[in-house]
Design a protein around this ligand. Structure first.
Ligand code: PEP
Ligand code: MG
Length: 398
């Protein structure tokens, strides 16, 4: 039986060296699941609330754990997540913390999968899941909130859309990351790494585009399949008093739409995330109208994995895809609801890590379970490769 008998919570380190919440869920028949909450730096204004880890743990121990232990079945994910919401009693998990909620929610799913003897992606995706695998978006160069004194655009992402397998795509992204280091070195640019392991050189966005183009074409020649690239502009972070403030210029909302549309055309971008502020549904709609045919326009801070915000976006024609980060909303059930609503309305659902991560691999399973076209989970670095290597194993059924 998957009746939950014990929920343990503890503080562990995330990749930025900050404390985060880890949950262990045990079931009556010995099923065990362990999961940890990630943490954002360029967080959306409308995300569920992450509490300091110690506070989140204390509150969840008091309010949620007694309602789960001996009362709820880990295999009944909807009930687990319903109880987490009831125990919290707020809309945004500000009582027990979305970090405690998501860790427990994911650990329960893993405990149920363990009990069933099935891999997590199969428990989440069902027996009749197809055999699609996501293309990993690899963060190659970045700045914004993830690195000081680097690019304005937060992420320049390799998108190996022509890769014949997940493994080929993962290695291609690592190769583009390596090639970018060489191109930067050729240009005399020393580069440290940002929070997600992307190079964070002191160059402007225009030069970063040049470096990406060169790195991508070098690797494309080697591997023989198509590699495009994309961006997470994280534009909400640069939006101040009605305009987008770049290091060297400012753009009005209309100019920002033009600017990003031109970038999509010039570089044949496959993917553009958060090109506009998190309140600018109209701007998102204008850009999607312009470039949405050949490019995924993705809402991260815009939608925050929230069905109500996605509903508004769908009504307004804003974007054609949603970024799904379970900790933005607090439970796996909520994340699945967002994915389902997206699908039903012709939007793609892209699964994503956070800039602060752990070795947890749940998102790799979530992406496979839901046949996400892309997963954004970095290119190198232990907490990133944990997910990428898990994808390789899942593909091999290992
Ligand atoms: C992964 C991202 O960064 P963060 O986790 O800092 O929000 C993002 O903005 O997509
Ligand atoms: Mg983003």
């Amino acid at each position: 039986m998957t009746l939950i008998t014990e929920v343990r919570l503890r503080r562990i380190l995330d990749s930025r060296g900050n404390p985060t919440v880890e949950a262990d869920v045990t079931t009556e028949s010995g099923g065990f699941g362990r999961a940890a909450a990630p943490s954002g730096a360029s967080t959306g204004e409308y995300e569920a609330i992450e509490l300091p880890a110690e506070e989140a743990i204390a509150n969840a121990r008091e309010l949620a754990v007694p309602r789960l232990e001996g009362q709820v079945y880990a295999g009944d994910q909807r009930s687990v997540d319903f109880v987490l919401r009831e125990a919290d009693g707020t809309d945004d998990f500000s009582e027990i913390g979305a970090n405690s909620a998501v860790a427990i929610s994911m650990a329960a799913a893993k405990a149920a999968a363990d009990m069933l003897g099935a891999p997590l992606y199969q428990h989440l995706g069902g027996a009749f899941r197809g055999d699609e695998f996501p293309t990993p978006l690899g963060n190659v160069i970045g700045g914004g909130e993830h690195a000081a004194d680097a690019t304005d655009i937060q992420e320049f992402l390799a998108a190996p859309v022509g890769a014949p397998s997940v493994a080929d795509a993962v290695f291609a992204n690592a190769a583009v990351h390596g090639a970018a280091r060489d191109v930067l070195a050729d240009r005399g640019e020393a580069a440290a790494k940002g929070d997600e392991g992307a190079w964070a050189p002191s160059i402007d966005d225009a030069e970063a585009f040049d470096v990406m183009e060169e790195a991508v074409s070098r690797v494309e020649e080697e591997v023989g399949f198509e590699i495009r690239f994309g961006l997470d502009v994280a534009a909400a972070e640069m939006f101040e008093d009605g305009s987008y403030v770049y290091s060297d210029t400012e753009r009005s909302p209309d100019e920002q739409v033009e600017y990003v549309a031109d970038l999509v055309d010039e570089y044949d971008l496959a993917y553009v995330e958060d090109p506009l502020d998190e309140d600018d549904y109209e701007g998102f709609a204008a850009l999607t109208e312009r470039v949405g045919e050949n490019c995924l326009v993705c809402g991260d801070d815009l939608f925050v994995t929230n069905v109500e915000r996605l509903e508004t976006g769908i009504e307004e024609g804003a974007a054609n895809s949603i970024l799904v980060k379970p900790n933005q909303i607090g439970t796996l059930s909520d994340a699945f609801d967002a994915i389902e609503l997206a699908r039903d309305n012709g939007y793609d659902a892209v699964v994503s890590h956070r800039s602060g991560e752990t070795e947890d691999t749940t998102i790799a399973h979530l992406a496979v379970a839901t046949a996400a076209p892309f997963i954004k989970t970095g290119a190198v670095g232990g907490e990133r490769t944990a997910k990428l290597n898990e994808l390789i194993r899942i593909e091999e059924n290992a």
